[in-house]
Structure formats: C-alpha cells, structure tokens
Ligand binder design. Sequence first.
Ligand code: SF4
Length: 74
Amino acid sequence: MVERHDPLRLAARCRYLQVTLAEPRAGQVHGLRNLCRHIVRDGSECVGPFLEDTETTCGLWEERPRSGTFGLRG
Ligand code: SF4
C-alpha cells in the first residue's frame, strides 16, 4: 500500500507562480518578480512567503505538476 501525504503548500511550488524579470525597484539589487497567474489575481505579486518549509496561506494555491508527470495521476 502506498501512503500519500498532502504536499507542503510552498508558494514556490504553486502552479500559478510565474517568476519573471523587470526593472529593479528602489532598494532592490535584482528585478525578479513573483507574479500570480491565477485568474483571480492575474498579474499581482504572489502573496508568498518564499521561505523554506513555510507554507503559504493563499487559498488559491495548487501544486505545480512535477517535471515529467504532467497529466498523470497517482
Ligand atoms: S498568490 Fe497564491 S495562487 Fe497566486 S502564485 Fe501565489 S500562492 Fe499561487
């Protein structure tokens, strides 16, 4: 029997997250933007957080399919 666990709801693993480049904002050394592509928040900054092992409280989060498993269940 295979035991399954719910995945950690990490913002970095959300299927709607798009990381893109833009002009750096004041005080930033890079222009990375974490944009949300969910239909409800499309174009807004992801609510994050982007901390290891800290789950997001975003109610729209869905796990991003792992590479090579798109379309598979189980
Ligand atoms: S705001 Fe929510 S749905 Fe959008 S990318 Fe971040 S965690 Fe995902």
